[in-house]
Ligand binder design. Structure first.
Ligand code: NI
Length: 276
């Protein structure tokens, strides 16, 4: 498996559940841009066999190395950033710290993780194979969402690429991130405005923004089908450090708000408390 093959699989899986991302990619490419992916991010649970430590060997086998750990206290998450010496996209691998949530959530997530065959995790296709457990009920998804939007997302969709990211640095027809965002909005895509349209700043060496997650019909237990938020497209502009090298990390305060691109309740108060 080469990194190129790895990302081809991820992209196909990503646009299958977030077709809006493929449309946006095509609109930007139509301007003559050669789109460079800054990073992808995965979401998982901290339980056997899909904890961060068990998934990491696949990334190391692709030539990635650990860069920095990140902690998201409010959301009960921890993550590692990975970089590749060959210049392949960065990877952000996060997991929910289940022990920080209710006993109900812990039991439910443990029940999902017990369904994952060890053989499935022995292959890198675990990152694009979809949900590796039986579908949860829509009521369970809602109950999870009340505690952790992240938990509900992983339960419904599995551990898979949550977003790709257009590198603003590599664009040639946009002067800066605001110019790209103006184009994205003019093309009819809705941005995540939690924490402002742009998260971060040149001072922290990283500016980020994201669309709101696409919504597609997902099958729940009992054959019920509901539209739920799936994946979003992110945009990132990196700035050089004092030594002249481009900043390689992530900014936790910004990522914290970017996570909310899949949380329609956090962004659109008219949906708050909606139960169907
Ligand atoms: Ni990201």
């Amino acid at each position: 498996m080469t990194p190129e093959q790895f990302f081809t699989h991820l992209w196909q899986d990503y646009i299958a559940i977030a077709p809006a991302a493929a449309r946006l990619h095509a609109r930007v490419a139509a301007r003559g841009e050669r789109i460079v992916n800054d990073h992808v991010a995965f979401r998982s649970f901290d339980l056997d066999p899909i904890g961060l430590a068990q998934l990491e060997p696949h990334l190391l086998a692709l030539g990635y190395r650990r860069f920095e750990p990140y902690v998201f206290e409010d959301k009960g998450l921890r993550a590692w950033g990975y970089v590749h010496p060959g210049g392949h996209p960065r990877i952000f691998l996060s997991e929910l710290e289940t022990r920080r949530f209710s006993r109900d959530l812990q039991n439910l997530v443990a029940g999902l993780c017990r369904q994952v065959p060890a053989a499935a995790v022995a292959d890198p296709s675990i990152f694009w194979a979809g949900r590796p457990w039986a579908p949860v009920s829509h009521a369970t998804w809602q109950a999870l969402r009340d505690e952790s939007e992240y938990a509900a997302w992983v339960a419904a969709l599995g551990l898979r690429a949550n977003h790709f990211t257009i590198s603003v640095n590599a664009l040639t027809t946009f002067a800066d991130l605001p110019a790209l965002l103006d184009f994205v909005e003019a093309e009819g895509f809705v941005l995540n405005t939690a924490g402002g349209r742009i998260k971060g700043s040149p001072e922290v060496l990283l500016e980020q923004a994201a669309t709101l997650a696409d919504r597609v019909p997902v099958a729940f237990a009992g054959g019920e089908v509901h539209d739920i938020p799936t994946c979003y497209y992110e945009f990132a502009r990196r700035y050089p450090r004092p030594d002249g090298e481009l900043y390689e990390g992530f900014v936790a305060a910004s990522a914290d708000r970017i996570f909310e691109s899949t949380d329609t309740r956090a962004i659109d108060p008219t949906r708050g408390g909606q139960t169907s």
